[in-house]
Design a protein around this ligand. Structure first.
Ligand code: ZN
Length: 281
C-alpha cells in the first residue's frame, strides 16, 4: 500500500498518478489529516484491505506534501554508512551512531523550491526515512518492523558552516533551515517492497549522479535503529527517522562542492519514488 499527502489530505495512491481520498472513501470513518492517521494505523490498514478504491482522481507530484507533515519527533542518524563515515573523516560508530533532530518547521513535500542560506555551504544527503506506526518503547530488533508504518524518501539538506562552526557541531541547527527536510513522494508499507532492507538510493545534481548506495549497507539497519532509539526515547506514531546518507556528499569531495543558485537536486529511492528540489540564491 502507498499513501500520500495530497494538498493536505490523506490519500491512497492506486497507481503513479491516481489517488483515492481516504475521508470520502471511508465515509468519514478516517479523517483527512495525513498526520493523524498514524495514531490509528493498524485499524486503517485493516480498513484499506477491504475498501472500495475505484473512485480516484488524477494528481501531479507538485501537489504532494510530506507523508508525515507534522511529526512530534524527528530523529536523524549520522555516519550510518561506512564509506560516508570515511569521507567525513570519522571512525564508524560501534554501539550507537550519532543521533540528532531536524526541526519540524523545515519539513516540506517532495517537489519544492529551497532558498539557500546567505553565504552558506549547502550540501545534499539522500536518505531512507522510516515513519513510525505503533508506538515503540524498548523494542527488540526482531519486533521493530511491526512498529514501522512505512518508508519514504528524504533529503537531509545540510548547511555545513552552521553545522560545523563553534566548539561542537550544531547538527540539528545546520540541517533545519526552511525547506531543508523534504520527504515523499509516498509512504510505502514495508510488505509492498520485495526487500525493505535492501533499496537503492540515488541523488543527482543537475543531472550528474553524486550519490548511489544501497540500504543493505546501513551500519545500523531500520530495525537496529528503532531498537536503539526506543531503548531511550519512546517513538510515537507518526514520528520519522532519517536513517543516514551514503557516500558522495559535497563536503566529502576534493575539492568540496556546494549547491548553488539554480541547481536542481533529484533524489530517488527504489520502490518509493523521487524528490526534486530547486535552489535559489
Ligand atoms: Zn543525514
Amino acid at each position: 500500500m502507498r499513501t500520500a499527502n495530497l494538498s493536505g489530505r490523506l490519500v491512497i495512491v492506486t497507481d503513479d498518478s491516481t489517488a483515492v481520498d481516504v475521508e470520502h472513501a471511508s465515509a468519514y470513518r478516517f479523517g483527512s489529516d495525513p498526520q493523524a492517521v498514524y495514531e490509528r494505523w493498524s485499524e486503517f490498514r485493516a480498513w484499506v484491505a477491504d475498501a472500495d478504491l475505484a473512485d480516484g482522481r488524477l494528481f501531479n507530484a507538485t501537489e504532494l506534501g510530506s507523508p508525515a507533515p507534522a511529526p512530534r519527533q524527528v530523529f536523524a542518524i549520522g555516519l550510518n554508512y561506512r564509506a560516508h563515515a570515511d569521507e567525513s573523516g570519522f571512525d564508524i560508530p560501534d554501539a550507537l551512531p550519532p543521533v540528532f533532530t531536524k526541526y519540524v518547521s523545515s519539513i516540506s513535500g517532495p517537489v519544492s523550491d529551497v532558498r539557500l542560506p546567505d553565504g552558506g555551504r549547502t550540501d545534499w544527503e539522500v536518505e531512507l526515512v522510516a515513519v513510525i506506526g505503533e508506538k515503540a518503547h524498548k523494542v527488540e530488533e526482531s519486533d521493530a518492523w511491526l512498529h514501522v508504518a512505512g518508508l519514504t524518501a528524504g533529503q537531509d539538506l545540510s548547511e555545513r558552516l552552521t553545522q560545523l562552526s563553534g566548539p561542537a557541531p550544531q547538527f540539528g541547527f545546520g540541517k533545519s533551515f526552511p525547506g531543508f527536510t523534504p520527504m515523499g513522494p509516498y509512504l510505502v508499507t514495508p510488505e509492498t517492497l520485495p526487500d525493505p532492507g535492501d533499496l537503492e538510493l540515488r541523488c543527482s545534481l543537475n543531472g550528474e549522479e553524486v550519490q548511489k548506495g544501497r540500504t543493505r549497507d546501513l551500519l545500523f539497519s531500520v530495525p537496529a535503529l528503532i531498537s536503539r532509539l526506543s531503548a531511550v526515547v519512546p517513538l510515537l506514531p507518526g514520528d520519522v527517522v532519517f536513517t543516514g546518507t551514503p557516500a558522495g556528499v559535497g563536503w566529502g569531495r576534493e575539492p568540496k562542492r556546494w549547491i548553488s543558485d539554480g541547481d536542481l537536486l533529484v533524489s530517488n529511492i527504489e520502490g518509493i519514488g523521487e524528490l526534486q528540489q530547486t535552489f535559489h540564491g
